[in-house]
Design a protein around this ligand. Structure first.
Ligand code: XLS
Ligand code: NI
Ligand code: NI
Length: 446
């Protein structure tokens, strides 16, 4: 049975295509800088937004019309798997991601929950034997159920800590079973609501203890996927301990965990932290910690995690710039942690949304690749910092000078001369590259 009967396999038709259900820029086999687009972009479908969510928001019930809406319990879970693989194939997604509770309902006990999970994991495994879609990452949802109201690994209640450990243990086994390339920790409730009732030091120490136990268990079972921390400053908790990449990195270093983790960077979380998406990618990249990406976008007019599909070409360009400069994403990928708007409630909207996101990143990839090939930013930057390549600048970076010598040098300076940063010139250049890439795509296709 087909769940998306009126949608055929989505094909690349090129920039001149008028067909809404076709890729205009994402051409999986097109070579960009020696690799195919498919290999570089490593797109992933988020199970929760695509198959589990119903379009509800804090003010209203679900709106989504889905072909599995009449089902409940395990029947619903199984239908979602069937629909999932139909969707992955039709959209041509190399990866997908899920939380434990997205794929199977929780039972009355932990044991029952694990049994439900086993049934669906076996089903996924069967499908994956013949499907080309692999598991980018999975994770344990430790934020929805009331038991996590005070946190999971940072709960004031040791029983909840233990329960959470059991959850992650099971999820690591699932990751191992399905060959997940990564395992994600997003601490939605690992933070505090008010300092008035919080032992911050104990909570953070416990979080580190939890991560160490996860590292140990992964080793024990031979799970070789990459561990990822997904920073977010707030929501649902007022303050989350994995605030942003810099905060997360300091935490990992303090607790000697930095060799076992990288970061999963979400665009909308970056902006909630008061950063740009590319800032978070850059901080991770220059520290060798860029692991994977939750590709979405926020809305500057709304102050929460709106999880919109990424369509801002300027942003996808700067993101792909960081990713290419990183030498790619390794085991990571671009996971659409994004949901269709509540008003986009038809099943076809799931395809339109993914096409929009995939095409936007394909354009970003092309533009970023050209910017790098032409050394557009590199040339500006190396010229801007050229004073560190000779004379006193060289002595500074080589650690061959001190305050005394620098004062002597400064006393002899007659005039300090700065050069323009040329921000607007650079932005105009990027626009030129964007428009050129777009018009070139049209010409190739015409
Ligand atoms: C929520 C997070 C979540 C993680 C996985 O804001 O983005 O969806 O990606 O738990
Ligand atoms: Ni996310
Ligand atoms: Ni998010």
């Amino acid at each position: 049975m087909a769940y998306f009967a009126n949608v055929d396999q989505i094909q690349y038709e090129g920039a001149t295509s008028k067909s809404p259900l076709a890729f205009k820029y994402y051409n999986p086999q097109e070579i960009i800088g020696g690799k195919t687009m498919e290999e570089i972009l490593r797109f992933s479908v988020a199970y929760w937004h695509t198959f589990t969510a119903d379009g509800s928001d804090p003010f209203g019930v679900g709106t989504a019309i889905r072909p599995w809406n009449h089902l409940t319990g395990m029947d619903l879970a199984k239908a979602r798997v069937e629909a999932g693989f139909e969707f992955f194939e039709k959209i041509n997604s190399p990866f997908f991601c899920f939380h434990d509770v997205d794929i199977a309902p929780e039972g009355r006990t932990l044991k029952e929950t694990n049994e439900n999970l086993d049934v669906i994991v076996n089903m996924l495994k069967e499908y994956m034997k013949t499907s080309k879609t692999k598991l980018l990452w999975n994770t344990a949802n430790m934020f929805t159920h009331p038991r996590y109201t005070h946190g999971a690994a940072t709960s004031c209640n040791a029983d909840v800590f233990a329960y959470s450990a059991a959850k992650v243990k099971k999820s690591l086994e699932v990751a191992q079973e399905l060959g997940a390339e990564n395992y994600v920790f997003w601490g939605g409730r690992e933070g505090y609501e008010t300092l008035l009732n919080t032992d911050m030091r104990l909570e953070q120490d416990n979080l580190a203890r939890f991560f160490h136990m996860a590292v140990d268990y992964a080793k024990e079972i031979g799970f070789e996927g990459q561990f990822l921390i997904e920073p977010k400053p707030k929501e649902p908790t007022k303050h989350q301990y994995d605030f942003d990449v810099a905060t997360g990195l300091a935490f990992l270093q303090k607790y000697e965990l930095q060799d076992y983790f990288k970061f999963n960077i979400e665009a909308n979380h970056a902006t909630l932290a008061g950063h740009t998406f590319e800032h978070e990618l850059r901080v991770a990249r220059i520290n060798g910690m860029l692991g994977s990406v939750d590709a979405n976008q926020g809305d500057p007019l709304l102050g929460w995690d709106t999880d919109e599909f990424p369509t801002d070409l300027y942003s996808t360009t700067l993101a792909m710039y960081e990713i290419l400069k990183n030498g790619g994403l390794g085991k990571g990928g671009l996971n659409f942690d994004a949901k269709v708007r509540r008003g986009s409630f038809e099943p076809d909207d799931l395809f339109h949304a993914h096409i929009a996101g995939m095409d936007s990143f394909a354009i970003g990839l092309k533009v970023a690749n050209q910017l790098i090939a032409d050394k557009v930013l590199d040339d500006f930057i190396s010229e801007r910092y050229s004073s560190y390549t000779y004379g006193i600048g060289l002595e500074i970076v080589e650690g061959k000078t001190n305050f005394r010598q620098l004062e002597e040098y400064a006393l002899n300076l007659s005039e300090l001369k700065n050069q323009s940063g040329r921000t607007e010139r650079i932005k105009a250049l990027i626009n030129q590259y964007l428009l050129e890439t777009l018009s070139l795509s049209k010409k190739i296709n015409a």
